[in-house]
Ligand binder design. Structure first.
Ligand code: SF4
Length: 360
């Protein structure tokens, strides 16, 4: 099947979408307000298809379909955890699979989205890293996870999505061509506040600088996982390309604008990165860039024998950091009964597909 070359309306930033639609309707002698009608269907109506845009004449809908498409991911699998966490495996138009996770808490509904199919970074603690890289997602495929998840959440009494984190499959800042427009689309198109959107990175320095230079107050989470380059290198191969001092220098370009914009993610792995002597250096780094520290008990993955740090070790880190004046929290592990460690659901599905193929 030849690829569909029609532009995906979901991949255009609101300004580009408006201009593109205005030009399209002008070329057909249609009034300018038609562009606004389509935009409303996309951002407010969350229309799956152009055919749903019933306030446009049928001839105009047919003309739009000839030129454009709406390429939203389709749910392949939905898993709901006992704790309310919901994991979607989305099938993209070329058959590739990506995951997103809805995480409800008392005051928030957070959506964790993917930015790539697989990941090239090869972090040793991550299921996606072990699976390798397939391709980048488009801006529309990234925003599409939000649209489809929002619709699901509304239909299942989960309420409104309050926060978005780019912490699913892939390294977002390795796909900046799509990440930047996707941030604009989520913020300006769907109205998600910049301070409610967090981009996570393992330390892609040029991407951190670009994000810091954007006028919006998007938040950044650095997957730190070790306070020294030597130890970090064993967990995150990218450390060799962008060593910790360079990453920290880039983080210093973030103006916190009165609120904490940087978070350190620190996955605590038993006997790997939880020695008490690491608390001091970790605290120093956090204070240097005014980062909030999330301590995350390691969620075991199929390819590793590692386990989470013991609860008393995690407590020592939490108290030790707090004593040094660092803002810190222990993040509970959510959705363990539904393969919630990133990349696991896709990994299992691919194994099942392979097994099925082998049987046929
Ligand atoms: S932790 Fe993130 S960057 Fe590292 S391999 Fe996993 S998805 Fe990629």
């Amino acid at each position: 099947m030849s690829p569909d070359v029609r532009p995906d309306l979901l991949s255009l930033t609101p300004d580009m979408l408006h201009q593109t639609l205005e030009e399209h309707f002008a070329s057909r002698g249609q009034p300018g307000y038609r562009a606004g009608q389509v935009q409303k269907w996309i951002y407010e109506g969350l229309a799956h298809s152009i055919d749903e845009m019933t306030d446009l004449p049928a001839s105009e809908r047919a003309a739009l379909v000839e030129v454009f498409r709406i390429d939203e991911p389709v749910a392949d699998t939905v898993q709901r955890s006992e704790d309310g966490t919901v994991k979607h495996l989305w099938r993209l138009s070329d058959g590739e699979l990506v995951e997103s996770v809805l995480i409800p808490t008392e005051r928030r509904l957070t959506l964790c989205i993917s930015s790539q199919v697989g990941c090239a970074m090869g972090c040793t603690f991550c299921a996606t890293g072990w699976g390798g890289f397939d391709r980048h997602l488009s801006a529309g495929e990234i925003a599409g996870q939000y649209r489809a998840s929002r619709r699901w959440a509304e239909q299942h009494d989960y309420g409104a999505i309050s926060n978005i984190v780019y912490m699913g499959m892939g390294e977002p800042l390795a796909n900046r061509k799509a990440i930047h427009p996707s941030l604009t689309i989520l913020n300006q198109g769907y109205g998600v506040g910049a301070r409610r959107i967090t981009v996570s990175t393992v330390g892609v320095v040029p991407g951190i600088v670009e994000l810091a230079n954007r006028p919006e107050q998007f938040k950044l989470a650095l997957s730190l996982h070790a306070p020294s380059g030597e130890l970090r290198r064993d967990l995150i191969p990218l450390e060799k390309r962008y060593p910790l001092p360079e990453v920290l220098a880039a983080l210093e370009r973030f103006d916190d604008g009165g609120g904490k914009r940087i978070t350190f993610e620190y996955t605590m792995i038993d006997g790997v990165n939880d020695a008490p002597e690491l608390i001091g250096p970790l605290g120093d780094l956090a204070l240097r860039v005014r980062a909030f520290v999330n301590l995350i008990p390691f969620n075991p993955i199929p390819y590793q024998s590692w386990g989470p740090s013991k609860p008393n070790r995690i407590r020592d880190f939490e108290q030790g950091l707090a004593k040094r004046g660092v803002s810190v929290a222990v993040r509970e592990t959510r959705g363990q009964d539904i393969d919630a460690a990133c990349g696991q659901l896709r990994g299992h599905t691919l194994v099942q597909i392979d097994e099925k193929r082998a049987r046929t």
